[in-house]
Design a protein around this ligand. Sequence first.
Ligand SMILES: Nc1ncnc2c1ncn2[C@@H]1O[C@H](COP(=O)(O)OP(=O)(O)OP(=O)(O)O)[C@@H](O)[C@H]1O
Ligand SMILES: [Mg+2]
Length: 510
Amino acid sequence: MKDKYILEMQNIVKEFPGVKALDNVNFKVKAGEIHALVGENGAGKSTLMKVLSGVHPKGSYEGKIIIEGKEQSYSDIKESEEAGVGIIYQELALVKEMNICENIFLGNEFQKMGIINWNKAMSKTQELLKRVGLDDKPNAKIMNLGIGKQQLVEIAKALSKNIKILILDEPTAALNEDDSENLLEIIRELKKQGISCIYISHKLKEVKAIADTITILRDGKTIETFENEENTSMDRVITGMVGREMGQLFPREEHTPGDVVLDVKDWNVYNPELPDKKAIDNISFKARKGEILGIAGLMGAGRTELMMSLIGAYGINKSGEICIEGQKLSIKGPKAAIENGLCYLSEDRKKTGLVLDMDIKQNTTLASLDKISSIFGINENEEIRVSNDYVKALKTKTPSIEQKVKNLSGGNQQKVVIAKWLMAEPKVLVLDEPTRGIDVGAKYEIYNIMNQLVAKGVSIIMISSELPEILGMSDRILVMHEGKFTAELDYKEADQEKVMYYATGGNLNN
Ligand SMILES: Nc1ncnc2c1ncn2[C@@H]1O[C@H](COP(=O)(O)OP(=O)(O)OP(=O)(O)O)[C@@H](O)[C@H]1O
Ligand SMILES: [Mg+2]
């Protein structure tokens, strides 16, 4: 029997000024399947889904969208929802101050003439929460839920609209292993209920685990669509994505660590929201010139809090000592940290990493203005030159360095943050989840640049939840659990099991 397609997108063309984001894309999804959409940063995945969901309305693209045999042309998201399409964006969009029920039903069917039937909405919410495996109360506030649960609320919200096609754009980028696994399970469950799912992810292990079918996009074009069978290799996917074979994923180099540059002693920090609770519990460690120090741990272990507290951006009642190159410092905030050679690349690029309304070159040089300025002000030629260099080195996809950062794809925004801190060339560079949302090819380029910096004597501290990355790039690994270090491992003796053992609380001394 011929496969039944619930969705056909035919010859889709979508252009932005200077960018052909989609160049004649064909994409078909079978009824009740989980269809993974993969491709490099800027390949056009999110744009294709925004066309499908009416974010880019009719008239702003060319081509046809057919759902269950019927041609669609929506003016907005509402109309796509009526056709059965639900989308969960790369960045979550819930209102944190409101509760679950309000988030699900604001602007929805129970709202007639401005009045919401809350009783009906509450019991419907209960039902929806059950479907996504959440046992929280409908009146629980969003801000009190972890990010994994928020993701499930987004799905519940989509389900409230009777959708047939659920689009998830990098849903697990910020989730820990357990929450990711749980999410995949829910998606499988929804599939059993007949919902088709389009799944975008840079985590190929997940793609392998969950997809029935895989479509690869490259440079706005469909490269191929194939079934994900037992023996389908992810090498095929990688080759299709980056357009060449990738021999290895981690360019490990032997480093010879030099003098201690950062020395932290007896560092204690309390949680500003729970002042009785220690966020960082008597931590001491050293980072050397010319090494990559990996910090592993589960979400909530305190890795980000540790680094943020060192640059003066987190915590109360701090005690302990920070020395940089033997100088004892008292760092009052991020600016002072940068002046002392300690830079921190945040895991949350939107909040602290980028100015979205500024262009690539302004963002790139933001932390290094002194490097390109003289008494006459900023040397614009120099600003243009270095920004172009980083765009080339990291293969940032953009029509020019004058492009506003908000117009870049998620992964390409991340590359701009990275360029900003690489350019600052600090003594100690802390990278917090540097390759989140970054495609495999670009990851490799970032690792190469890390190696170059280390060769120049920079000390890199890398926080990452991706164990392969920690194991593949670090010289030395510290494992954190509940605000303490539970192990220090040389990369040669470290493996996945060992790190996980300590990350879940195993002890240094046994
Ligand atoms: N609003 C916009 N204005 C200008 N250009 C845009 C806009 N939205 C997307 N683009 C460009 O379209 C191209 C495709 O972007 P898209 O966001 O679809 O990529 P993606 O495959 O989702 O990448 P990622 O994996 O990094 O999220 C990129 O070159 C991007 O800069
Ligand atoms: Mg995207």
